[in-house]
Design a binder for this molecule. Sequence first.
Ligand SMILES: Nc1nc2c(c(=O)[nH]1)N[C@H]1C(S)=C(S)[C@@H](COP(=O)(O)O)O[C@H]1N2
Ligand SMILES: [Mo]
Length: 314
Amino acid sequence: MVKIRSSEITPEHVFLSRREFLKSTGLLASGSLLLAACGGVSVPASSTTEDEMQPEASGAVDELGDSANSYVDITNFNNFYEFTTDKTAVVDLVGNFRTSPWQVEVGGLVHNPKVYDIDDLLGFVQEERVYRLRCVEGWSMVIPWNGFPLARLLEDVEPMADAKYVRFETLYDPDQMPGQKSPWYVWPYVEGLRLDEAMHKLTLMATGLYGKTLPAQNGAPIRLVVPWKYGFKSIKSIVKIDLVSEQPTSLWMAAAPNEYGFYANVNPEVPHPRWSQATERRIGELGRRQTLLFNGYADEVAPLYPDMSPSLFF
Ligand SMILES: Nc1nc2c(c(=O)[nH]1)N[C@H]1C(S)=C(S)[C@@H](COP(=O)(O)O)O[C@H]1N2
Ligand SMILES: [Mo]
């Protein structure tokens, strides 16, 4: 598995720990140096060999020609704060997570509210989508998901005319998800999309990866994938989906409103308040690559955003 020095990644949660520390030491103003110091620094040799980095299903590439990350990479380096904020330890904590039975309740402003068993959702025609995932922390992967367009599910429940947004909720079960005992966040994890974003053909409900059942650490049994937005929008282990008239408040908006907004569309020219978004570290690669507008999906999604207002990019 690819070893990543923690100094190369700025965790989304540092504002709750390191930030308080920096404030108290008067170092906050130079906080951006934390990441800047990592750029261009050579990466020490690790035990990873080229062989280990080959994707498991050979030939999985995204539409830009980039190879998929390996199954090992994708399942051993995760953000799933319900378990832990330590990306390399999530995999060790999900062993007893129960993903069956599982139901997803879809309601709110719809004509046809329904409670779906996971098997009902696996009954939607499943496709493979090889997508880039760009975390706001500055790392990325290419992941071959299996799943179905969220649009199919929304069509099934028939949104009402006044439904403007979709609100998603992760399971709340602190006994199974020890991270939910952390007082720093308002649980459960919540995310949201505008209805037209949710209906977009790229917006996926993922139920698997590499043709296998979705691993718990990647959001089993079903999670959202919105490839042109920062990874935190792609909410895991969903139990509830509501069509609503007002813009939902996500977990990250509530935790740090000055750092995380509703849209979170990827834009290399709009820095996070504490670090640049111009480049990213593709897991498994040395050095950094340029981040692309809308994470490389501008041709598909630009029509959603005719005004390109700054509020779309944080
Ligand atoms: N419920 C929930 N969903 C979540 C997260 C989380 O902590 N909890 N982390 C998000 C973040 S920050 C990222 S980058 C992606 C990571 O997905 P992966 O672990 O499958 O690569 O999941 C997102 N979805
Ligand atoms: Mo992330």
